[in-house]
Every structure is written in C-alpha cells, then in structure tokens.
Design a protein around this ligand. Structure first.
Ligand code: PMP
Length: 402
C-alpha cells in the first residue's frame, strides 16, 4: 500500500517526447522541426557571440557574488527589459506607472502574473487563441484560474487569421475576463493580426472591459526589429490600457535554459505601483522565493552597454534573416516540385513557427516515413531547416500530399 497508488500516468508532453524520439532515431537524414530553438545553417545550437562576451566579462568581475537576489530580481535588469518593451518615451514609464519584475523566463512571468490576477483581483476566466502555445492552459490553471475558453484565431480554409471569429468571441466574453494575446510571431501559427486588425481588437477589448495579458516571447527575433515587434504592446499602452506582458529572453538572447524573463506591469496610476508590487512580491516569495542571477546579469549587461547592445541587434538580425530565408527556400522548393496547394502562407507567416496546413495523419506520416519530426498539428519550427535539408523536407511534404 502506498500513498501514491491512485496517481495516474500523465500524458507525455508532445514536443519533448518528439525531441527524444528524434534523438534516438539513427536515420542519417532525419530532421527535427519540433523544438522551438534556433539552429545555425549547419543545424547547430548557437550561443550568441554577445552572450559569450558578457559571460567572460561577468566571470572576471570580482565584485559579483552568489548572495540571494531580492524577491523581484535585479532592478537594473527588469527596468531595462521594461524599457525595451515599452520604449524609453512610453507615457507609462514617464508617468512612473509601469514596472518590471524578474521572472523564470516567459513561462514564469505568465505564471506569476496569472497567480496575482487570480489571487488579488479574483479573476477566474481566461481566453486563449485557438490554437495557442499549448502551455498557456496549464500555466493559467495552475495559477488559480478556473476556466479557460478559446477565441477563434486560425482559419484552416484561408490558412490565415479568422478576424471575424476572433472579434465575435471577444464580444461575447464576460466583463473582466483575462485575454492572452501574442505580442508578435504567434505560436504556433506564425500568423499575426495586421495593424488595422489590432486596432479593432483593442476596441473590443476596451468595449468589453477585458484585461489584456500579452505574451512576448519573440521581440526582435520575429522581424529583426525590436521596435516593430513591440508595436502592438506599445499601441495598447498608448490607448490607455492597464496590462501585463510576459517577456521571454529565451529566443532573442538564446538563453533558453537560463530562464530569464520579465513581467511588465502597466497601471493607470502611479500610486498603485507600491501595493501591486508588494502583492507580487508575496506571490513570488511563496512560489520560489527569488530568481537566479546568471541570465539576468547577462541581459542587463548587454542592454546597458551601447557597443554590446549594437552587437546584440546584429545577432538578432542574423537569426531572423536566416529564418526568413528558410521560409523563402521552403516555399520555392515546394512550388518547384508542384506540391498541391497554395504555399504563400509559408512566407506570409512570421517568427519561429509555421503552420504548414498538414493535418494530423499527414504530419504523423512525415515523422514515420520521412523522419521529419513535426507536431501533429502540422506546426514546424523554421529553425530546424537548413540549406542542406530544406529540399529533403520539401520532397517529403510533396510525397505526403501526392
Ligand atoms: N509563450 C510563447 C508563445 C512561447 O512560444 C514560449 C516559448 N516556447 C513561451 C511563452 C515561454 O518560453 P520560456 O518560458 O522558455 O521563456
């Protein structure tokens, strides 16, 4: 007899299970398009040169030690991260009604933000796009939310955004519901609303008194331009919204396993900063007490040094332009082969992921027959494509569809 007899076996997490399966596969031409991590043209993980430089400098800095950080992390880091998101001139920053909190990457920012909203504002309902990054549901449920509801987003038919369905679902949302919005480079579809569509979305969010919780996992990584990728969040701030934004530095700094993130909080009154901060402090204190320092020190060091900052922007452009190039190459290869269907969505989409339009059976066939590892939903990570495997992948798609 054990206390644990009734514990049921949980389902595997698809993306991790897929990576394991790929690692164990001995087929030479196998391609991993599952995992969301940058790869070079040679298919190798990349530590950004600017990160290496910062790590060397930090390793030699004898003034740094291993004492605990404050509960809310390194202030210089969270301020720099918040400025990077909102822009130096943001009205919210000028009026001292915005601040940042260091978190355990983007996931941690979502989790802390969700728990605060559930605990302190009594929020119970959250909305997420259909489809969304699959962890949103678990994070918000674990954060204390009772009910997750979908809003329409992706249209199979047009392989683009279902803006009418999106707006209609928001219009039917109950007042006060929290709505998760991808700041840019929507995961998994790679399909973002246009500027005009964001304006319509903002209007409905305002009208229905919903609370926008942005998820910004790809600033700079999506277009290569930090300002462009933050434009939507900045637009909402200009429109006077109070909002949360979870920022991840996993992709744009390549700091996946260092777990460096920031929760940006925008309020409409500077007097609310102290009480809100104090309650977030209690949420974090009771969750993991305080964050690690290594990744945040790197980001902070780079963001505060003009020379390194420029180098970092070059590094980001290297990554985003390689991805854009791979989109072009994949589409071209599919079209040259005469693959059935329209492939313009591959180059219209942005960021790390692409929804290919392949269905579950076809995606499983890609894995089984061709050793091209991709999610059942038809999502591929563009980062796994290289000049040497893109033709192989295109041929596999062609064979699957014909
Ligand atoms: N949100 C989205 C939309 C993501 O794609 C990711 C990364 N896959 C995250 C949040 C969180 O990532 P991390 O916790 O590694 O920063």
């Amino acid at each position: 007899m054990s206390w644990f007899c009734d514990v049921e076996l949980g389902p595997p997490i698809e993306v991790f299970a897929l990576t394991k399966q790929c690692t164990e596969d001995t087929f030479e031409q196998k391609v991993n398009l599952g995992v969301g991590a940058y790869r070079t043209n040679e298919g190798k993980p990349w530590v950004l040169p600017v990160v290496r430089a910062a790590e060397k400098a930090l390793a030699n800095d004898e003034t740094l030690n291993k004492e605990y950080l404050p509960v809310l992390g390194i202030d210089a880091f969270s301020s720099a991260a918040t400025r990077m998101l909102l822009g130096e001139e943001s009205p919210a920053l000028v009026e001292n009604r915005a601040f940042g909190v260091q978190t355990l990457s983007g996931t941690g920012a979502l989790r802390v933000g969700a728990e605060f909203l559930a605990r302190n504002l009594g929020k119970t309902v959250f909305y997420y796009s259909s489809p969304t990054w699959e962890n949103h549901k678990l994070v918000f449920k674990n954060g204390g939310f009772l009910e997750g509801r979908e809003y329409r987003y992706w249209s199979e038919k047009t392989r683009g955004l279902d803006i009418d369905g999106f707006l209609e679902d928001l219009r039917n949302a109950p007042e006060g519901a929290v709505i998760i919005l991808h700041a840019c480079a929507h995961n998994p579809t790679g399909c973002d609303p246009t500027e005009e569509q964001w304006r319509q979305i903002a209007e409905v969010v305002k009208e229905r008194k919903l609370f926008p919780f942005f998820d910004s996992a790809y600033q700079g990584f999506a277009s290569g331009d930090l300002i462009k990728d933050a434009a939507t969040v900045r637009y909402f701030v200009q429109q006077g919204f109070e909002l949360f934004c979870a920022q991840s530095f996993a992709k744009n700094f390549g700091l996946y396993n260092e777990r460096v993130g920031n929760l940006t909080v925008v309020l409409n009154n500077a007097e609310l900063v102290a009480p809100v901060k104090s309650q977030i402090t209690l949420v974090i204190r009771g969750m993991y007490s305080n964050p690690p320092s290594h990744g945040a020190r790197i980001v902070s060091y780079v963001l505060s040094n003009p020379d390194l900052y420029n180098q970092w922007r070059d590094n980001i452009r290297t990554m985003s332009s390689r991805i854009i190039e791979m989109r072009k190459k994949l589409r071209e290869a599919l079209e040259v082969l005469g693959t059935p269907g329209d492939w313009t969505h591959i180059t219209n989409q942005i960021g790390m992921f692409s929804y290919t339009g392949l269905n579950e059976i076809q995606s499983l066939h890609m894995v089984k027959k061709h050793h091209v590892y991709m999610l059942r939903s038809g999502r591929i990570s563009m980062c796994g494509l290289t000049p040497s495997n893109v033709d192989y992948v295109a041929k596999a798609i062609y064979e699957t569809l014909t």
